[in-house]
Ligand binder design. Structure first.
Ligand code: SF4
Length: 230
């Protein structure tokens, strides 16, 4: 297929590159899923339940995976019939049902979380400063897709009440005075008031168990500081 299908400008080339990554992801996900006797969607649900460490309602699973209610319900039923998840009453509403992993499901979820390792090794081949730039760019694109409601909102640091951008100088005023790309990738530019840790751009979490939704004003301030070019 000609690159011109997506345009000769840089946006078209970025789109083409991402679509090639998605082809590799689809192929790797199905390769793993067929070996495990599941589908990639079922694997994604297992990993989500493992990440959250708590029972989730079907509606929340559908929202987080961007699946329809019917597809989610089918996938959950199959996982239950395989003994990988179990249904229970939701903690916050005794009339509602939530699902959680069984011991067997946790083992399957750990294996399901491994199929993207091929992406990790590709990213690890980049120099640290390029890893930092790539991650920052990904976070900004994810934010843009969230705002346009193409993907569900993430429980990421930048929308969290506990996030405190320390700025270029870092906590002690000298961590990254000269904000080179490498410095941004490793210097403690941010602070978490809940976990009491300082971290760099590459330490920004995308799905955190301690996350709490920040106010609109907090989120705007966080993003305004974060998107400043390195
Ligand atoms: S580490 Fe977790 S709790 Fe702390 S700022 Fe990030 S999302 Fe919030």
């Amino acid at each position: 297929m000609s690159e011109a299908v997506y345009g000769e400008e840089v946006m078209g080339r970025i789109t083409h590159g991402m679509l090639r990554l998605s082809t590799a992801m689809r192929s790797q996900a199905w390769g793993w899923a067929e070996g495990a006797g599941l589908t990639p969607t079922q694997g994604e649900i297992l990993v989500l339940l493992m990440q959250r460490k708590t029972a989730l309602r079907l509606g929340e699973i559908a929202r987080q995976t961007a699946l329809t209610a019917a597809t989610t319900s089918d996938a959950v039923s199959t996982l239950e019939s395989k003994g990988l998840i179990e249904k229970r009453r939701a903690v916050d509403d005794g009339r509602a049902l939530a699902v959680k992993l069984t011991g067997k499901g946790r083992t399957a979820a750990k294996r399901a979380a491994l199929w993207p390792n091929f992406l990790q090794s590709a990213a690890a081949s980049l120099p640290i400063e390029e890893q930092g730039v790539l991650y920052r760019s990904l976070l900004k694109m994810i934010r843009e897709l969230e705002v346009k409601t193409h993907i569900p909102a993430h429980r990421m640091c930048l929308s969290c009440e506990h996030f405190e951008p320390l700025g270029e100088a870092g906590k002690d005023g000298k961590a990254a005075r000269k904000t080179t790309r490498k410095a941004r990738a490793v210097a403690p530019l941010h602070h978490c008031n809940a976990l009491n840790i300082d971290y760099s751009d590459t330490g920004v979490r995308l799905d955190c168990a301690a996350w709490e939704l920040g106010s609109e004003a907090t989120q705007k301030k966080n993003w305004k500081i974060f998107i400043q070019p390195a």
